[in-house]
Write a protein that binds this ligand. Sequence first.
Ligand SMILES: Cc1cc2nc3c(=O)[nH]c(=O)nc-3n(C[C@H](O)[C@H](O)[C@H](O)COP(=O)(O)OP(=O)(O)OC[C@H]3O[C@@H](n4cnc5c(N)ncnc54)[C@H](O)[C@@H]3O)c2cc1C
Ligand code: FES
Ligand code: FES
Length: 485
Amino acid sequence: MSSEPGRLHESQQLGTHIGEILRPTTWSEAVELYEASPNALPVAGATDLLLDLSRTPDAEGSGATLLDLWGLPDCSQITISDDDVVVGCGVTHNQIIGSPNLDSALDVLRMACLEIGSPQLRNRATVVGNIVTASPANDTISALVALNASVLIESVGGEREVPIRKFFTGFRQTILAQSELVRSIRIPRWNPQTVGTWFKIGNRTAQAISVVHAGIVLEFDEATSLITKADVAIGSVSETISVSKSLSEYLVGKDLDAETSAAAARIVASEISPIDDIRATAAYRTSVTETAIRRALIDLSEFSTSQSRAVPLLGWVANRPTPPQLNLSPTTEVACTVNGSSVAAQIADNSTLLEWLRTNASTGTKEGCAEGECGACTVMLNGAAVTSCLVPTAQADGSSVVTVEGLAEGSGLHPVQQGFLDEFAVQCGFCTPGFLVAAAALCHENESPSADEIRAGLSGNLCRCTGYYSIVEALSGLPTGRDSS
Ligand SMILES: Cc1cc2nc3c(=O)[nH]c(=O)nc-3n(C[C@H](O)[C@H](O)[C@H](O)COP(=O)(O)OP(=O)(O)OC[C@H]3O[C@@H](n4cnc5c(N)ncnc54)[C@H](O)[C@@H]3O)c2cc1C
Ligand code: FES
Ligand code: FES
């Protein structure tokens, strides 16, 4: 695409910066503020929103107004009652992953959360943000649809609960009306005869947008073991998540064996009409869906799933301190403890924590992609590894930040730094600060990670010099039991 002479190409134009941040202290205040400021954009972990802003030219130049829901105290809770599990709008993917054994119904959601982005991303990105973005490739949606979840929506006009199957109206579109916020997601609890699973086919093991993903939940009759209910939801194959009606009709009343599983998978594959895109052809999507559904059903018939593997979390347990200032603007001075020292500086045009740190405190923290993909900007925010390019500066106000400059103690290198030196795990060095901070968070969580755990823990960090082998070697067998929070 060519530009007019004298005009920047679309890709060269600056996106929208953050103008004002409105920060409610309670949920009811949030609802009222949203009614009073209908142009404000609700924000939780900001991993989708900041990218959208960066890709939207700021026509009026005044910046976006955000309604900050991240620090709201009662929103980051997972609540369990006799009938359901309620996931608040501030609950992150790593919070779901890091709460095993809360309830078996959450296992299916946990499997989806495990496959989202990278550990750093999962420390910020929320489940509610994932459904409101409403891309059919968003992984938690197929899990929640299969789980028959419902969405609790609120505005000053009142509240309503909508089955998640009716929440999506089209590609990236939901039924949310002006001034309505999602408060939480409600997932019905299972009876003992319920089993479920979830899978994702992607082109790589981390940071992969799904080629296809699906959630499956089956209920069996206790006496006969015949299927009494079958919910299958498939993502990335149409504009919204598709729910297979014929599959459920076919499976109910049947015994689940290999033959039934294969026939059921053929039914699903014949029902979908996926798109061809850069990630996969339609033919591949159809074929892989059939194979993956068949295998998933066979696993379920043997009751061998619903066990999600453990992965490093890189510090999700970090607290969310009460934000010291309510409404912020670019002239507001934000104060953080960076590597143990107080740093206070205006937000100015530093919309992201990465920009603010590089301007005021840490040139060691690098900008690679500025889109959450490469991990070069990784810092620890209140103990959790995050990609600082996706953290609005205002959300870091009052926080404790550790950058690569804060890992060493005096002249003593952090063990992960020493490991990198010993194994020559540095080539051009651009990715190294991000790797070191992520590695320190990993080793803080797990003193002697295995090679697989190292690979999983560092899956959000890319090295363009491709020195991965020596990086894994550098972290194998380290004496890393020191406090790096
Ligand atoms: C590098 C990268 C990799 C990714 N990988 C994956 C992946 O593998 N799988 C996947 O599914 N997703 C992926 N994502 C997408 C993203 O991380 C998720 O969609 C995330 O869960 C969004 O949550 P958030 O809290 O960051 O939302 P935000 O960015 O804060 O908000 C997202 C949207 O929801 C709105 N919103 C937020 N909270 C509310 C509320 N309570 N009420 C009403 N509206 C609200 C916002 O206005 C915005 O429109 C990736 C993103 C990045 C940047
Ligand atoms: S992930 Fe932040 S700069 Fe690449
Ligand atoms: S050492 Fe060059 S990018 Fe990793």
